[in-house]
Design a protein around this ligand. Structure first.
Ligand code: FAD
Length: 472
């Protein structure tokens, strides 16, 4: 099935990013193979239109579409081309989701490292933001999984690049290129074999942000495979930044947890959200949510979460939102959800995270469920890549009338503070930053744009985010 017919390359539809906070009209097309992708690019060039490449649309804002021009959705370009369990290599089309890959590899105890909280993302999207997971402090970024990439440039030439140290400049443009340099076609991934897919987790309460950071700093990378914290953004004074700190380590097969392992499969949760049918929970929460409710929920999570040791299956651990709060932006669909993910460098991280939490409290814009992760420097990076020695927190803030009125002051204050401490934000989660604050947070962005102009010398690839932040 294809919607690419002669003289009918696309459909006009309204489209959004994952948080569904803004919809725009675009010309959407779903190519299913390389020839059709080339046809779409040829057509765009002839029509003098630009193309936004879209994987699974899991970037939160306007990074995966372009208003009134062509959005090339690769979700139907999603086949496994080759899987060799001996060499532990899998070659896939770039639109395949990590869920589909896991369906093929889990039974052989293979995993990918550096996978995000949302396994619905595509391999092309994972590379284009060079994403990370709860193992970033240890394993770095998605590039560590990749052995080679086939891609298409805007002159319609197919090229292949193998992962080695001598081609780092080219790699910097592919990993973290945000769909602005090339269209990624096929990827060969190097899988990691585990003795078991069961994790031994350990959860403890931490009384404030100082204690949280101390726990991260004391992490032994040999001992632990994953680490994630959760912060109660509503806690104040001496308890500011209190929360939960969780580590996880793959257990040895010798521990014989075969019963638990049998249950490890991967399925998108389309049914339950907080024990009720998803639609009902979302409908109820959309009617009753308010700041007080989230404050209460944070307090309950802090006080009543189960602590100590637990055996958890790998997929449940990495894909948390799918188990507990699937599609949670649907709760906020009427007013919208604002997300900002700041990066905080390691020096004085505790004090600086405290300051960010205080800014949120001053405006009453606390994040409703705020994870904290530790990062290390990326081997492959560019001026806009979200990486470095430090930490990030995720602030999901429901939009309301008060928000619209105060937003400008809030974003200015956060941006000024991040600028002062050499911080930045994760662009894949952004929808609202303006040019002034963007330039402050990414002072070398022009190098990224200059490189783009060389790689994409036809100026074919663009997204709404690119036009919003990087064009005059
Ligand atoms: C629930 C959830 C949890 C998340 N958790 C994390 C996390 O823990 N860590 C993290 O790093 N990220 C996380 N993310 C963000 C997500 O990993 C990134 O936004 C990712 O890039 C989305 O992939 P996608 O396939 O949906 O890409 P899209 O959103 O469709 O596109 C993202 C970018 O990739 C480009 N792109 C996509 N495919 C291609 C291609 N084939 N060739 C060239 N460019 C392409 C697009 O042009 C765009 O610039 C999360 C997202 C969700 C929804």
């Amino acid at each position: 099935m294809t919607n690419i017919k002669e003289n009918n390359y696309y459909k006009k539809v309204k489209i959004s990013g994952w948080t569904k906070s803004k919809f725009v009209e675009t010309n959407l097309t779903y190519p299913e193979n390389i020839n059709q992708i080339i046809e779409v690019l040829k057509f765009a060039k002839n029509q003098k239109k630009r193309i936004a490449i879209r994987g699974r649309g899991c970037s939160f804002g306007d990074q995966s579409y372009i208003k009134n021009e062509i959005t090339c959705d690769l979700s139907k370009f999603n086949k496994i081309i080759n899987f060799d369990s001996k060499s532990q290599l899998i070659t896939v089309e770039a639109g395949i989701s990590l869920i589909e890959i896991y369906k093929h590899i889990l039974s052989k105890n293979f995993i990918l490292e550096s996978t995000p909280g949302g396994l619905q993302v595509s391999v092309g999207g994972a590379i284009s933001n060079n994403i990370h997971g709860k193992d970033c402090f240890k394993n770095g970024y998605f590039n560590e999984n990749v052995s080679s990439i086939k891609y298409l440039d805007s002159n319609l030439k197919i090229q292949e690049i193998k992962f080695n140290e001598n081609n780092s400049n080219k790699l910097n443009n592919i990993f973290g290129g945000m769909g602005l340099y090339y269209l990624i076609l096929e990827v060969t991934l190097q899988l990691k074999k585990k003795k078991s897919l069961v994790l031994q987790t350990h959860t403890k309460r931490v009384d404030n942000i100082d204690s949280m950071i101390k726990n991260f700093e004391n992490l032994n990378t040999k001992e632990y495979d994953y680490a994630i914290g959760w912060i109660d953004c509503f806690s104040r004074d001496k308890k500011i930044g209190r929360g939960l700190f969780r580590t996880a380590t793959f257990i040895n097969k010798n521990d014989n947890h075969s019963i638990l392992e049998k249950k490890i499969s991967i399925r998108e949760n389309k049914k339950k959200f907080l024990f009720l049918p998803q639609k009902i929970t979302i409908w109820i929460l959309s009617k009753i949510y308010c700041r007080f409710l989230f404050k209460l929920a944070n307090s309950i999570i802090f006080s009543f979460s189960s602590l100590g040791l637990k055996k958890v299956n790998f997929i449940k651990f990495v894909w948390i939102d799918n188990n507990f709060i699937p599609n949670y932006p649907d709760i906020f669909i009427k007013e919208g959800l604002f997300t900002i993910q700041p990066f905080i460098p390691i020096k004085d991280a505790n004090k600086n995270i405290k300051k960010i939490l205080l800014i949120c409290q001053k405006y009453k814009f606390e994040g409703i469920l705020c994870p904290i992760k530790k990062y290390k420097k990326a081997k492959i990076t560019n001026e806009l890549h979200f990486s470095g020695d430090g930490y990030s927190i995720v602030l999901d803030i429901p939009i309301n009338k008060n928000f619209n009125y105060q937003f400008k002051y809030f974003i200015d204050e956060i941006s000024n503070f991040l600028f002062k401490i050499n911080g930045k934000i994760y662009l894949t989660k952004d929808l609202h930053l303006d040019k002034k604050n963007f330039k402050k947070l990414f002072p070398n962005f022009i190098d990224f744009v200059n490189e783009k102009n060389i790689s994409d010398n036809n100026n074919l690839f663009a997204t709404d985010q690119y036009l919003r932040l990087m064009q005059k």
